[in-house]
Design a protein around this ligand. Sequence first.
Ligand SMILES: Nc1ncnc2c1ncn2[C@@H]1O[C@H](COP(=O)(O)OP(=O)(O)OP(=O)(O)O)[C@@H](O)[C@H]1O
Ligand SMILES: [Mg+2]
Length: 359
Amino acid sequence: MDDAETLVQLRRLALLVAQGVPPEEVFAAVCKEIWRHFGGSTARLFRYELDGTVTLLANEGTTGPHVRVGERWEGYPPAGLTASVQRTGKIGRINDFRELPGGQKYADEGLISAVGMPIHANGRLWGMIAVGSSEGRLPDDTEARMAAFTELCAIAVANAQSRAELVSSRARLVAAADEARRQIERDLHDGAQQRLVALALRLRSVTDADGAAEVAADLMTVIDELRELSRGIHPAVLSDSGLRPALRALARRSPLPVEIDVRLDARLPSAVEIGVYYVVSEVLTNAVKHANATVVLVEVSVGEDVLELCVRDDGVGGADPSRGSGLVGLTDRIAALGGTIEVASPPGGGTTITCRVPV
Ligand SMILES: Nc1ncnc2c1ncn2[C@@H]1O[C@H](COP(=O)(O)OP(=O)(O)OP(=O)(O)O)[C@@H](O)[C@H]1O
Ligand SMILES: [Mg+2]
């Protein structure tokens, strides 16, 4: 094969990598080019994993039951190519598989000799490219020819993989950032926004200076909460003192009488505490806005490995999640914790929200 043809081959590979095709396709293409280039019977591409195992990434040419692309390469003999390149990080050669202890399966697939070339990437042994022949002993210049060609292929292979890793980590980062934004939106909606709604309602019935001073004081706590939220922190009383004081504080701020029964001996995972806090906050606000209730009961208890939250009002009932975003947001929030939420709200029969969250 002449230089011009080699260049065409390498160009094809470089293009594939530049196009960002999935690494599996690059692996297969590299393997095929090597197989063509050396006119051998077989070409194989392996990756040495960090845990010491070996993965067969691509295969071209002869095959057998032990050749499973994409799977772990197992049962290779200690004196064979895979093991010796893994051990030494240097080129290896087998001149006759029939004489290699444990090499019979390669002889059975028709191979006589093979040369294995290490691939180094990012300062470590990344993998191996092996070329095998069924015709007899591979010529003496095989190693030198492979060295030049595989070095370039190795770059393609390693680039394809790091590019794929970069793409997927970027996707995870974007997803996490989106989720964080949604979370802030929910926190704002279920927390400060609802409390401001409650305060506005209270303000309407304020008749004296004392009442106004109370509302003003509550406004200050909403401002504090917003400040905390903007720092990515949840209500201080929740992180400092836990669910019971945080729910009491919510109840105190509600214009409706709220009876609270929190049966808890210990702190819960903070994600669960935060989830419960915002459920109670939204449901209390709903009771004030929609229920025309006279009282709300809040009960929290923890069983074997599940927290149960029940919030009940004695209002008009008829809650319907499709008419707003609050109840749907709560469902998302609780689902993210692996829990469930039920809304029972018969017309005229009050509204009961029951939440179960694994702890
Ligand atoms: N406790 C309740 N008693 C009676 N009706 C309720 C109660 N809670 C909710 N609803 C009804 O169900 C609807 C949906 O409630 P949801 O909390 O999802 O939305 P919202 O409160 O209207 O708006 P937001 O998106 O600000 O929460 C409400 O519009 C209201 O009609
Ligand atoms: Mg609501």
